[in-house]
Design a protein around this ligand. Structure first.
Ligand code: GAR
Length: 266
């Protein structure tokens, strides 16, 4: 049996995915242990789940940091290794033309919060960070300091839509409003964009005409609770490989495809 992986989780809300992961660790469906739960939101109900399972938790209050920056930016301490030009160049969250100030404000406040996250996480041994309903985009500031081996991404996210459809904050709502006949959820590694990293797993469900948004959310969440632990267990078994595949089409054109390959168990 491989060594258990140490898992850290970030949440913003109710934490039902967090619960599914904790339960899977406790029942052995994930060969892992949850070592901390962090949140950007002091009122996240999911923090109570961590407490009930004796898992340490912490909060970095993004809202308070953003507010403090609005009121008096000069009073906030920037991380000593903060380089705004480098972050702007790397990030893929925004187009920068014409809105440099807004992008700068976003990246600066997030990097301040992220340096605090990294500080809080430093005391824990972590192999994998799972975003479980974490409603903040991580910037290259955090990603590069956690994903130190570019060949082995180790931040996963679950998204409530069949990516690349409907990235953003309301996947099921967007699916519902668009009138889709199927909806779904996606687990992926994160990269510098919004919900754009390599896809590990997806599940889909049918949407009937009479389905309400609540019905869609319920169908989706039930699949999320299965899919996320399965993907985490593949990581624990060291079976996920991010590769670029190259194919030549019949017309001679060469196309590339970035995939997470699931390798056979040894
Ligand atoms: C889940 O549906 C998850 O996919 C979504 O938030 C919900 C969290 O529920 N995540 C995102 O939208 C991330 N952009 P939970 O707190 O009960 O796990």
């Amino acid at each position: 049996m491989e060594k258990k992986i140490m898992i850290g989780a970030m949440i913003s809300g109710g934490g039902t995915n967090l619960q599914a992961i904790i339960d899977a660790c406790e029942s052995g469906r994930i060969n892992g242990e949850m070592v901390f739960v962090g949140s950007d939101n002091p009122n996240a109900a999911g923090l109570g789940r961590a407490q009930r399972h004796g898992i340490p938790s912490f909060v970095v209050d993004y809202g308070a940091i953003i507010q403090a920056y609005k009121e008096a930016p000069e009073r906030l301490k920037l991380p000593s290794d903060f380089d705004i030009d480098e972050l702007i160049k790397k990030q893929n969250l925004f187009k920068t033309d014409g809105q440099r100030k807004t992008v700068e404000r976003f990246l600066t406040t997030r990097a301040i919060a992220e340096s605090q996250l990294l500080e809080k996480m430093a005391g824990y041994p972590v192999d994998l960070l799972v975003l479980a309903g974490f409603m903040r985009n991580l910037t290259p500031y955090f990603i590069d300091r956690f994903n130190t081996d570019p060949g082995h991404p180790r931040i996963m996210n679950i998204h409530p839509a069949l990516l690349p459809a409907f990235p953003g904050v309301d996947g099921y709502g967007d699916t519902y409003r668009y009138g889709c006949k199927v909806g779904g959820c996606t687990v992926h590694f994160i990269d510098y964009g919004e919900d754009s990293g390599p896809i590990i797993g997806q599940r889909c469900f049918s949407i009937a005409e009479e389905d309400t948004l609540d019905a869609i959310k319920r169908k989706g969440l039930e699949l999320e609770w299965q899919l996320y632990p399965e993907c985490i267990q593949l990581f624990a078994e060291n079976r996920l490989q991010t590769i670029i595949m190259t194919h030549r089409l019949d017309n001679g054109q060469v196309v590339q495809r970035r995939v997470v390959k699931i390798v056979e168990q040894e």
